[in-house]
Write a protein that binds this ligand. Structure first.
Ligand code: ZN
Ligand code: ZN
Length: 96
């Protein structure tokens, strides 16, 4: 068990992004509303939930279904297609 935990830890703290799950890009709109930046934990959670808000993470825009761009392109914090702000998407997130 200890070895498994160590492996998991290593995955959670990858050097230069190695070992991370990059796709799909996931997002908690409620977190983004509070702090408009990407939280690295979103890419690690296999259950797809935000443990701060007890909400399921979004992997695409709930309004138009477009997948999120890579966070480096989140200049304005909105959907690249329908321009819904990430913060507003929190209303569409389901409770865990
Ligand atoms: Zn959250
Ligand atoms: Zn959209």
């Amino acid at each position: 068990m200890v070895e498994v935990d160590a492996d998991r830890l290593a995955q959670m703290l990858p050097p230069a992004g190695v070992g991370m799950q990059h796709e799909p890009i996931r997002l908690c709109g409620a977190c983004y509303a509070e702090t408009p930046c990407r939280r690295i934990e979103w890419q690690f959670k296999e259950t797809g939930g935000c443990n701060r808000h007890d909400l399921r993470l979004l992997s695409k825009c709930p309004k138009c279904g477009t997948r999120f761009k890579i966070p480096a392109l989140w200049e304005y914090g909105l959907c690249g297609k329908c321009r819904t702000p990430f913060a507003e998407m929190a209303e569409c997130q389901k409770r865990i």
